[in-house]
Design a protein. Structure first.
Length: 289
């Protein structure tokens, strides 16, 4: 019996494209997203979408509303007294997640769920699993998986400190497959992997060789490190027809994780529309075969 896995990348506000694509898929398939997959795995903004699908059972346009300008403006509200700290205040982000997830915990997930973060003490990926750590508040896990370095402060859960899961794996597709095989070792695994777009803008190596830490930060080194494509290349080679990737180059969209201008958000949502035109039918057939 085939098991279906949904894997969603990190990417800040660009998660709007992922949510838009999934909302369209939700409207086309006979069952809700939470009933169409046997495992959900998400990193950062993909983790938030995964939590929203599996715990809040959000459907259609309600998924897109997570990325409303109002929500994003609250989350990406500049830290007034910042000198050397994070760009945004974790307290405001946590309050937004409190409003969304309330008292829900991971155990209330309607489908097995994995949310990734980066364990600072152990310096490796942390997988919050709904069947093992179901007692943890969803709002705290959401805050941990989205604690992108320089953007937000690290988050503490049970005395341990975590950063954004994208520090170790922005695209969690290989984790998704590995954990699915542990759950269902004798079953075929099919993975629908949703990206957040990638930046192919050329960097001038001659200029970059003279850059120091501040210049690299201005050039978006955090994003460069988080947008590795190696997971997709490996997955494509290993899983072949049991793998479908929805992603594309960013065009007319700011690659930064936190650009909440109306023009940028409209362009990101339109990217989700383009993905639907390109991959929508394939995705429908993929999870119904």
């Amino acid at each position: 019996m085939t098991k279906y896995v949904l894997s969603i990348d990190g990417g800040g506000v660009r998660g709007l494209a992922s949510a838009n694509f999934l909302s369209k898929l939700d409207k086309k398939i006979p069952k809700k997203l939470s009933e169409s997959f046997d495992l959900l795995v998400g990193t950062s903004t993909g983790g938030i979408i995964s939590l929203a699908i599996s715990i809040l059972d959000l459907e259609g346009e309600d998924l897109v509303k997570i990325y409303s300008k109002e929500n994003l403006k609250k989350i990406f509200s500049p830290f007034r007294y910042r000198i050397l700290g994070s760009k945004y205040a974790g307290k405001i982000k946590r309050k937004t997640f409190d409003e969304y997830f309330g008292a829900e915990d991971l155990g209330s997930s309607k489908v097995p769920l994995i949310i990734t973060a980066f364990d600072l003490e152990k310096r490796r990926v942390k997988m919050f699993k709904s069947w093992k750590e179901g007692y943890l508040p969803a709002r705290r896990v959401a805050a941990a998986t989205s604690a992108a370095p320089t953007y937000f402060p690290a988050e503490s859960i049970e005395g341990k400190w975590y950063l954004d899961g994208a520090v170790s794996t922005n695209n969690p597709v290989l984790i998704a497959y590995s954990e699915a095989k542990k759950l269902w070792p004798n079953e075929d695994i099919k993975i629908l992997s949703i990206g957040t777009g990638y930046n192919s803008k050329r960097l001038d190596g001659r200029r970059a060789r003279k850059w120091g830490s501040l210049a690299w930060l201005n050039a978006g080194i955090i994003q460069i490190l988080m947008e590795s494509n190696i997971e997709h290349v490996i997955a494509q080679s290993l899983f072949e027809e049991n793998y479908l990737r929805v992603d594309s180059e960013l065009s007319g969209i700011e690659s930064s994780f936190d650009n909440t201008s109306k023009r940028n958000l409209d362009s990101i949502k339109a990217l989700g529309d383009r993905w639907w035109d390109l991959y929508g039918k394939k995705a429908e057939e993929f999870i119904s075969s």
